[in-house]
Write a protein that binds this ligand. Structure first.
Ligand code: BTN
Length: 326
């Protein structure tokens, strides 16, 4: 059966492609082509239809391409890649990744998707994931260390994501503990780390990364905080989403390897360079309470240092969210 992506990859924003040509090319009826176009439009991609000429994309569409992603991985990272899946529609790449086989120590697997129907954010939130607009990827990593040492992974990986975005030319970036990436005070990217297996080691980590790339074309998305995307903050954006994904993967795998080898340099100092909340009055929201204090950066284990009336408290990430005091 014809999949709509086969039609989509033939459509262009510079020229029209007739329904008849497409039908002949795939040896299907015009009605089948029409149904594919309807499906494409339902994903938020605008298609112009002109009688006698055919179909034309209103804007170019930047699709994921597994070969391109792999070609952009650095050799040391590519050598550790056990499995890669580039999917179309999926509930959540993290959910899919959790079902994959555990790679051998030092190797990793990857899941990417064009779209998530139930993308997961931190604290049970939804991660809005429209088709071909952003990067949604999950890395499966076999953790060799006890779980209690993994607290620092969250800020470490957030730094790796921020560095990737900076290398892509995004300016005005900052971090909010434990692992949000902001650009000019609006959220651009997030990280969801999930774990299953043995607490003492041998745990399967699923590291989900979401980066808004072309989100600004969707005017009416329902997100409960201020957000932004890469496209709005880079002049003459020339990169593909494949390039963004490869940069994120390269940097994350380097950080994960450094974590395993205890060679990540100066977590506290690196975090402090980007810390949007440093020395600011903050509120720490959990399901049970709201705690106030002054944010004093993080410690070497990735805990937030919160100065309260009772002294300096160490807060581990868990199910909390940090906000600037009103
Ligand atoms: C957050 O900031 O709340 C975390 C967002 C994490 C979103 C990514 S998108 C890819 C992966 N799959 C998911 O369902 N969530 C993560």
């Amino acid at each position: 059966m014809l999949h709509f992506t086969e039609v989509l990859t033939l459509l262009d924003n510079n020229r029209y492609c007739s329904g008849e040509t497409l039908a002949q090319r795939f040896n299907v009826t015009r009605a089948t082509i029409h149904n594919c176009i309807v499906k494409i439009e339902s994903l938020g991609i605008s298609v112009e239809r002109v009688r006698g000429l055919g179909y034309r994309l209103m804007q170019p569409v930047d699709l994921l391409n597994q070969a391109e992603i792999q070609s952009k991985l650095s050799s040391p990272v590519a050598n550790k890649l056990a499995d890669i899946r580039c999917l179309q529609e999926i509930d959540s790449t993290n959910l899919y990744a959790a079902e994959l086989a555990l790679p051998q120590a030092g190797e990793f697997s990857l899941v990417l998707a064009e779209m998530q129907t139930a993308g997961k954010g931190r604290r049970g939130r939804q991660w809005v994931s429209p088709y071909a607009a952003n990067v949604y990827l999950s890395i499966v990593w076999p953790l060799q260390k006890p779980l209690h040492e993994a607290g620092m992974l969250s800020p470490m990986l957030a730094i790796s994501m921020l560095t990737a975005l900076e290398e892509l030319g995004v300016c005005g970036l900052s971090l909010k503990w434990p692992n949000d990436i902001y650009c000019h005070h609006k959220k651009m990217a997030g990280l969801l780390i999930e774990c299953s297996g043995e607490i003492s080691g041998g745990c399967k980590m699923v590291i989900g990364m979401g980066v808004n790339v072309f989100m600004s074309q969707f005017e009416n998305v329902n997100i409960d905080q201020q957000w932004t995307d890469i496209f709005s903050h880079t002049q003459d954006w020339q990169h593909s989403r494949n390039h963004v994904a490869a940069m994120l993967i390269n940097n994350a795998v380097v950080a994960l390897t450094q974590f395993e080898n205890n060679t990540f340099d100066d977590l506290v100092g690196s975090w402090s360079q980007w810390d949007i909340m440093k020395d600011k009055p903050v509120e720490l929201h959990s399901a049970q309470s709201i705690q106030t204090g002054i944010a004093r950066g993080i410690d070497k284990d990735g805990c937030l240092l919160l100065e309260t009336s009772c002294g300096l408290e160490k807060i581990s990430a868990g199910d909390v969210s940090l906000r600037a005091s009103a």
